[in-house]
Design a protein around this ligand. Structure first.
Ligand code: THU
Length: 133
């Protein structure tokens, strides 16, 4: 990924993080999902007083992408948290639906990108559509 492409993703994720609705945990998460066609989709966590109704930043980005585009081809994702964190298991399950093992996930704090992981490092064995064939 080109350096300026990655910094645009980082800025998108940082801006989304500032829009997070997280009055309960006060843990603010921003995501930016880049699609193969170049589109960048922001996501933030949206908490709910029921707690269970909360949706993470990553899933917000994936679901927004599907709502906007229909069929999606994810290229990369940047996640911004403070402190640094990895995607939760539920978000990994949603990624398993749309992403291949090499899908790059860049972990960042507001200060910058700290780490790059491939999806397969976070979830080496996936439950996906192949199980249902
Ligand atoms: N959260 C995310 O947005 N993404 C993750 O991968 C982990 C957790 C959110 C959910 C909740 O609003 C807050 O962080 C604390 O769990």
């Amino acid at each position: 990924m080109k350096k300026n492409e990655l910094s645009l993703l980082l800025e998108t994720a940082k801006a989304a993080r500032l829009r997070a609705h997280a009055p309960y945990s006060e843990f603010y998460v921003g995501a930016a999902l880049q699609l193969e066609d170049g589109t960048i989709i922001p996501g933030c966590n949206v908490e709910n007083a029921s707690y269970g109704g909360t949706v993470c930043a990553e899933r917000t980005a994936f679901f927004t992408a599907v709502a906007a585009k229909g069929k999606i081809k994810p290229k990369a994702m940047v996640l911004v948290t403070d402190p640094l964190a990895v995607p939760c298991g539920l978000c990994l399950q949603v990624m398993a639906e749309f992403c291949g093992p090499k899908f790059p996930i860049y972990l960042a704090t507001p200060k910058g990108i700290k780490k790059r992981l491939r999806f397969q490092q976070l979830m080496p064995n996936t439950f996906d559509r192949r199980a249902l064939e």
